[in-house]
Design a protein around this ligand. Sequence first.
Ligand code: SAH
Length: 239
Amino acid sequence: MWRATVLSIFPDLFPGPLGASIAGKALGKALWSLQAVDIRDFALDKHHTVDDTPAGGGPGMVMKPDVVARAIDALGSDARPRLLMSPRGRLLTQARAAELANGPGVVLVCGRFEGIDERVIEGRRLEEVSIGDYVLSGGEIAACVLIDACVRLLPGVMGKEASGAEESFTEGLLEYPQYTRPQIWEGRAIPAVLTSGDHGKVAAWRRSEAERLTSARRPDLWAALEAGLRPRQKSAPDG
Ligand code: SAH
């Protein structure tokens, strides 16, 4: 079973949104498991202090290395990657989510305040992962994002096994536009090709729409895709 362990000073935030819909149903069916560990339980003083003032001065508080490390060490060692949710980390991508979903699970450390003491990151070899170039007030929402992105890729979790294969980013493209009934809504019709019954034409239309949207909205993805395609087109000119 794919196992997620989250270390946080707000363990009550879990499962939160992960308890609903696709992820929640899969959790109920034991297709994955979730453990929320309260970092505060590992503070030994009578006030259960988890933070202290930053060395060198400045605003805010920093999570104490000894407390966070004790919480991590209490898990024992297993094969799961230990990740720290952090705006300084490598950006989470669909490819990384797929890689993590293919493994045994994740151990996620959630920061609060100004973050955690650098020595725990080094000493416990935490890999920093960011969910985007903005700053949240804590790692818990970021952990939910990461877990949700992984869980929906686990075998048996999504309704149709195939529904992940054509999605945005899977092939480096944004997804084509989707429609459903009614056929005409506020004077706008569903593109005729989608109701033609011609599966080849539908696939070609979706591909060209995905390409049009990606090149217009995400020149970065489009450039990466073109760079990746060029050598293949060279070696297989008729393919
Ligand atoms: N002072 C830090 C920000 C701390 S925000 C800095 O400037 O880098 C508090 C906590 O929120 C962080 O420790 C981290 O766990 C979480 N967090 C904030 N933004 C995040 C992001 N973009 N991705 C992942 N986690 C984030």
